[in-house]
Design a protein around this ligand. Sequence first.
Ligand code: FES
Length: 554
Amino acid sequence: MGHRSWMRSQGFTPEVFDGRPVIGIATTWSELAPCNAHLHRVAESVKRGVWQAGGFPLEFPAMALGETLLRPTAMLYRNLLAMEAEELFRANPLDGVVLLSGCDKTTPGLLMAAASVDLPAIMVTGGPKLNGKYQGTDVGSGTAVWRWEEDLVAGRMTQEECFFAEACMSRSDGHCNTMGTASTMASMAEALGMQLPYSAAWPASDSRRYETAQRAGQVIVDLVNSDLTPSAIMTREAFENAIRVNAAIGGSTNAVIHLLAIAGRLGVPLSLDDFDTLAADVPTLVNLQPSGQYLMEDFCYAGGLPAVMRELGGLLHGGAITVTGRTVAENVAEAPCWNRDVIFAMDAPFKPQGTGTAVLRGNLAPDGAVIKQSAASPHLLKHRGRALVFDSQEAYYAVVGDEDLDADENTVLVIRYCGPKGYPGMPEVSNVPLPKKLLNRGVRDMVRICDGRMSGTAYGTVVLHVTPEAAAGGALALVRTGDWITLDVPSRALTLEVPDEELARRRAEWTAPPPAASRGWTRLYTDHVLQADTGADLDFLVGASGHEVGRDSH
Ligand code: FES
């Protein structure tokens, strides 16, 4: 009576308490997360579907993580969203949950929570923005920003032109419209089987985004009735599918960290090396920025992710079950492709096999580092150069415009103390812009090495996620300006050409930086965050707790 009476203050009729499934709709809506600002409207469509199917929908907020505004980085809070949502799912009397996400970290954060609680769940991502339009050309969110910033520095664009262009780039609801991290993670949710086919690509402003949301509302009731839970869907086979799909779409390197973290919640064995070995025989099929030309709106009209998954055929585990109650193979069996310039065929791919994410190892990254080959310059994939070392991106930015900076096109820029503990939160700073004097000379790429991450919308020959990070005493902390570094992507090697004895001497002199915070979430985070090679989750959040709770306090 207590539960019912208080809920009836919202004006529900009595029959909604007749035992029908109670469906939570976790929305990461916020005006501070502009990519998710339309999710309250998406939630209304979900509710329609839940009512239609005989469920009782209840919408509630989960922490919104806006990539562009949150300081020092939204990644610092992914685990906080995951922890908050996990407790909301478990503590409230829910039978199933619909996960509404969009901006980069909201999708993995909610999936991590759903994985740990293991209630029936379905994801509805908010969809990408419409194509940006500037001076008669399509422009992608994020990717264009990096280019315009370089153009501004090099004097090819005025400040006034930049102001005008930024509005042209973001002209509708939705998350970034390149194959950046948000589109990648939406695609990963679909490839894992956790959202409905075609869901990743419908633009946020497309009526079919809302139709899909309504359908998801119907489906979650079915999932509850059949007790089909995330752990039955997100199996090792599902993760293998996701990794291969990520290679085919030229997806973000951030997917590596997020998929490892989600798998960790489920106890699914997944390693950093899986991302290299499983992707090795997968060509890039999708011609989307930042690796290619087009944007998510074009991807949608070309057939979206089902067309890619159908093309991958036998490379995927077709028998993996999805939220539709059907298998991957059944979901995509008839998926058409309408534009072969956007989604290429397996026998004539956009980029050949082996151009996806490579995992590097060596004395500079004993536990691994990654590089997105499709975003790198081919001539730099084998490179030897002298290090120019900075202990923060801020230190680099302070001199990036200096005409007398001791750097040329062969220099290897090392930006460190940007890992999970170091920054803290492992920000997307690794693709620092090139020194102004080299941009003015026409240099467009250099090797950069960092223990941070790179935006999924970025490009360049950037070695990321170097593990262990500098702040944890990794070898990256021991590099000195002038050291020779060899990058050999074909051999998967990253080598600091300094003798072991000298490295041992430097290590003895090294002192760890002071903690980033003395209290609060940042203190909890830095005390417990794991390294990038296992997904940068908190050590005490790895694994599942289920949805059973202790005694009801009421
Ligand atoms: Fe939100 Fe790119 S800033 S998805």
